[in-house]
Design a protein around this ligand. Structure first.
Ligand code: ZN
Length: 343
């Protein structure tokens, strides 16, 4: 049998027992080993969704998953059985205009695991067994498989950092130090950033930021704490805004120097306000970033080689039966960074 964690409605989780699924042609069955809880999973758990995306029926969450290939369908090399893989949760259609242009993340018919953007929702990975295409199972050659659960959020951050162009020698500001802010720090350093300033409103994540190599970690609850970076028209070359909080958006617009770049990584609400005057008068490039494409395979390789070491982010391990506790601790930034299910 095969267990799956079902979100029946907001805050109501239940473990269900199912038949073990069989892979079809070109597919593999992955015995999931670890799955990370993402901010979007928390939004579904707490509110049933975010923005206009609402769960219409029960769903299985989870899109940060890894495991071991357990069975292969017709046409797949049987030697893959036993292989460690990170599972890419994206399944673009491959034939729409966006896919043909090589921008699969904008696929008009995307099937993304653990998302209610379609109805019925695409099942996520908080379950014992996942069937996916063979290409979605990206081989992981690292020592500790659990680290591969961070490939998906790292891919998001590699894509975000890439929006800013070459970071070599740059001063970088990261606002909001949850798992995405933390992985942006590691990705920005890997991309050659010379100095990295991190801001948050809580001390515990700022301690981790220092441990991960932030040059400055500033609590913006203290008035004026960011002033040195905002002096004149701003001293920062590139800002990665990971909080989506209006105060942090104002901070990045103030701190980024003329003709600098702001990458909006945190997902904004539709009514978010911002001091856009300074985007105009400083000719800031204010860019969005959405998911990832080629960066998934890059993230898997960087984690496997520990060129980017994600181990300090992993803050807790829970079974599916402990899901209520896992979702509770994942909301508490004083006690958690990246919370994993072990299956
Ligand atoms: Zn497509």
């Amino acid at each position: 049998m095969s267990k799956a964690l079902i979100l029946e409605e907001p805050r109501v989780l239940r473990v269900e027992s199912r038949e073990v699924p069989e892979p079809g042609r070109g597919e593999i069955r992955v015995r999931i080993a670890h799955g990370g809880i993402c901010g979007s999973d928390l939004h579904y758990f707490l509110h049933g969704g975010f923005g206009k995306v609402r769960m219409q029926s029960q769903m299985v969450l989870g899109h940060e998953i890894c495991g071991i290939v357990e069975a292969v369908g017709e046409g797949v090399d049987p030697a893959r059985v036993g292989q460690k893989v990170a599972v890419n949760p994206s399944l673009p259609c491959g034939v729409c205009d966006e896919c043909r242009a090589g921008a699969e993340r904008f696929c008009t018919d995307m099937r993304f695991m653990g998302s209610a953007m379609r109805n019925p929702p695409i099942e996520g990975g908080f379950r014992d067994h996942v069937i996916c295409t063979e290409a979605q199972g990206v081989p992981f050659e690292g020592a500790a498989l659990e680290e591969a659960a961070l490939a998906e959020p790292l891919a998001v951050c590699l894509h975000a950092v890439a929006q800013a162009g070459d970071l070599t020698g740059n001063r970088v500001l990261i606002t909001g130090f949850g798992p995405i802010g933390a992985l942006c720090l590691l990705a920005a350093r890997h991309a050659g950033a010379a100095e990295i300033v991190v801001t948050d409103v809580a001390d515990v994540p700022l301690e981790l930021a220092r441990k991960l190599g932030a040059d400055k970690a500033i609590n913006t609850m203290q008035p004026g704490a960011l002033d040195a970076e905002t002096e004149g028209r701003g001293q920062i070359d590139v800002s990665l805004e990971c909080s989506a909080h209006p105060a942090a958006i104002a901070d990045v617009i103030a701190a980024t120097k003329p003709r600098g770049t702001v990458v909006q990584v945190g997902m904004l609400g539709s009514e978010t306000t911002a001091p856009l005057t300074h985007v105009v008068t400083k000719e800031l490039g204010y860019r969005g970033t959405f998911r990832f494409d080629v960066e998934f395979a890059q993230a898997v390789a960087l984690i496997a080689s520990r060129a980017i070491d994600v181990r300090p982010l992993i803050s807790g391990h829970y079974t599916l039966e402990e899901a209520d506790a896992a979702f509770e601790v994942a909301q508490d930034r004083s006690r958690s960074m990246k919370v994993l299910f072990d299956l």
